[in-house]
Design a protein around this ligand. Structure first.
Ligand SMILES: *Cc1c(COP(=O)(O)O)cnc(C)c1O
Length: 364
């Protein structure tokens, strides 16, 4: 059996350090907003090259709090890709703003920046590009557009921890970056966790207040906030893993490049990986017109595969009120029909990798 990702293999590779970190927290008896979170926040700030890092309870909360910190809410429009994980759009809806969909570029699966201009209105307040699967969106163009139209640029970096665009870490390029430490992400906790990062002092202050009930001073809310913190137990685990994440990503890239090479001669479109960026391969997503055949063959050989994501979000139930139809965002819809994620994780053995490749080869 080859899983899409093997979290217990990763745990066993660093078990003694993780166990010590967890018992360390249990022994101090400090579980919320303690020393591990403080240390982890400054370690992430240093890693990304950003001034402020604020731990929150999930990547979804990071997006919600990011939007709220800039005062985005009812009556505002936010530009988003039509193809992403639902949370990107859910966050916009949760703060009462309106998601304005833009189609994706078929090679990168990220927002097609050429199509943003004609989606702009006087109500547009922000753009949320998503570095989907670990591939950076075109931040050069996005920065230009955001600057020209005075929009807030919020990077959804949930799938792209450590990835780079022109030598800069994604998440730290726009005005705000949102991170997720969901267990299967590049840097994963043993539960839900997330973070908001920014270089802007005022936004950082709002973010800190929003994660604790809107307080600036204990028990005196200034605004309506949340209870959304990154727990000490998760912070302690994440600090251990942060030391390994670059070597894990190196291995992911090695596996990805091997896959790409082997798929060259097949009817498989492998992900693009340009020289000016660093793709971290949170997922390895191929495009195959014979998707159901490939998926069936993988299943018969006990190899996991999955579709991220079968439904583009302009067609999702909570977005029905926007009145979109099939055909509105053809590349997002085509990606939903043709893409398939195959196993990639740092602990994969070369036998496992070859077995995935050979199964796909035989299916085609
Ligand atoms: C995982 C993910 C999120 C949400 O993160 P959670 O920690 O699961 O709440 C947001 N956006 C994208 C693109 C994601 O993949």
């Amino acid at each position: 059996m080859i899983p899409l990702v093997d979290l217990s293999a990763q745990y066993f590779s660093i078990k003694s350090e993780i166990d010590a970190a967890i018992s360390g927290v249990l022994e101090t008896g400090q579980f919320i907003l303690g020393p591990n979170l403080l240390a982890f926040e400054s370690e992430i700030a240093r890693y990304l090259g950003v001034k402020h890092a604020v731990g929150v309870a999930s990547g979804t909360d990071a997006l919600v709090i990011a939007l709220r910190s800039a005062g985005i809410g009812p009556g505002d429009e936010v530009i988003v890709p039509a193809f992403t994980f639902f949370a990107t759009i859910g966050a916009v809806l949760l703060v009462g703003a309106t998601p304005i969909f833009v189609d994706i570029s078929p090679d990168t699966y990220c927002i097609d920046t050429r199509q943003i201009a004609n989606k702009m209105s006087t109500k547009t307040k922000a753009i949320i590009p998503v570095h989907l699967y670990g591939h950076p969106a075109d931040m050069t163009r996005l920065l230009e557009i955001a600057k020209k139209h005075e929009l807030l640029l919020i990077e959804d970096n949930a799938q792209a921890f450590g990835s780079e665009f022109l030598g800069k870490k994604t998440g730290a390029i726009g005005d705000i970056g949102c991170l997720s430490f969901f267990p299967t992400k590049i840097l994963g906790a043993y539960g839900d966790a997330g973070m908001v990062v920014t270089n802007n002092d005022e936004l950082a202050e709002n973010i800190r207040s929003l994660r604790t009930h809107g307080w600036n001073r204990k028990f005196y809310p200034e605004t309506l906030g949340y209870n959304s913190r990154l727990d000490e137990l998760h912070a302690a685990v994440l600090r251990v893993k942060l030391a390994y994440v670059d070597q894990w990503t190196l291995r992911r890239r090695e596996i990805a490049h091997y896959y790409c090479e082997r798929f060259l001669s097949l009817q498989v479109v492998a992900p693009s990986d340009a020289a000016n960026l660093l793709h971290v391969y949170h997922l390895f997503v191929i495009r195959v017109s014979e998707r159901s055949r490939v998926q069936k063959a993988l299943k018969e050989n006990q190899i996991d595969s999955a579709i991220y994501y079968p439904q583009p979000l302009h067609l999702a139930e909570p977005c029905k009120f926007l009145g979109h139809e099939v055909g509105d965002f053809p590349e997002a819809e085509r990606a939903g029909r043709e893409t398939l994620a195959i196993p990639i994780f740092p602990e994969m053995t070369s036998e496992q990798i070859d077995s995935v490749v050979e199964t796909i080869e035989n299916a085609l």
